[in-house]
Design a protein around this ligand. Structure first.
Ligand SMILES: [Cu+2]
Length: 281
């Protein structure tokens, strides 16, 4: 009886903790309310299984407690029970997986009007590049990455010339403007995560991974690296600011294009010189 009561207390305490927990989600600040819906559904499915299994165990402990006059029955197989359990488990797993797959499909199906932002992760920080007037990010190659060309930009790609290299520590985004986040890494695996946007994904060296979202609330949000990436991982933070259109335009006007950077370095007419330097490096 004592053990059965402990099971009951575990169930009640878990449910109370779930609803009264002080560590709950921040309010969502993007279009991905669906992500929350899938997590809540997972809580319902796993919660129901947890309560069901614990109650069943409590019942069994009490019902089949030791009595000197009773003997256990030997039943190594029960086809009917196994069949039922198989179906019930399959149903539960499908309920957990299916909504997630639907939302994932939306998460990586980028709308045509999305603004291209590149996030370049490194040990231990974040760099940003925005597509210029043409809306296209210039080509990059991991082989071109060097001290002079930290983004590994392809100097022969005309689409890259108007790209905006963000000199600021912070990334700004415009409210209600869908953005495609293109993720790259200079060294190891990182993960670009802003909890309020309910969006995160690994950054992989040599590959561009991506997702999209629309910021729906102005404000200042913290970027966290959500993949252990070395001794400085804890400090790999950043800030993203979601601005009204006017504030965003003001900020954008202060940023400079890749072309301007090249001009500053007096290499605009001599891309070959830079490429040579890169190769030497
Ligand atoms: Cu990291």
């Amino acid at each position: 009886m004592f053990v059965a009561v402990i099971f009951a207390i575990i169930i009640i305490a878990s449910i109370i903790f779930h609803f009264w927990s002080p560590w709950w989600w921040t309010p969502v600040a993007s279009n991905w309310g669906n992500i929350d819906a899938t997590i809540i559904l997972s809580f319902w499915v796993t919660g129901a299984v947890f309560v069901g299994v614990c109650l069943f165990m409590a019942y069994c402990v009490w019902r089949y407690r030791y009595r000197p006059d009773r003997r256990a029955e030997y039943e190594p197989e029960n086809k009917k029970l196994e069949w039922r359990l198989t179906w019930l488990t399959s149903l539960g797993v499908a309920a957990l997986l299916a909504p997630g797959l639907l939302v994932w499909n939306q998460f990586v199906t980028v709308p045509k009007n999305a603004f291209n932002v590149e996030v370049l992760a490194y040990q231990w920080g974040w760099n940003y590049r925005l597509s210029g007037e043409d809306g296209i990010l210039g080509k990059t190659d991991a082989k071109l990455v060097s001290y002079e060309n930290p983004y590994g930009l392809n100097l022969n790609d005309p689409n890259g010339k108007d790209d905006i290299i963000v000199q600021d520590a912070d990334l700004h985004l415009q409210i209600d403007q869908p953005v495609k986040i293109n993720l790259r890494s200079l060294d190891v695996i990182h993960n670009f995560y802003v909890p309020q946007f309910r969006a995160k994904m690994d950054t992989l060296p040599g590959i561009v991974s991506y997702y999209w979202f629309t910021p729906t609330k102005t404000g200042k949000y913290e970027i966290l690296c959500a993949e252990f990436c070395g001794t400085g991982h804890y400090g790999m933070r950043g800030t993203v600011l979601v601005d009204e259109k006017k504030d965003y335009s003001n900020w954008l006007a202060q940023q400079i294009t890749f072309k301007q950077i090249l001009a500053q370095e007096n290499m605009i007419n001599e891309p070959k010189k830079l490429v040579k330097k890169v190769n030497e490096y």
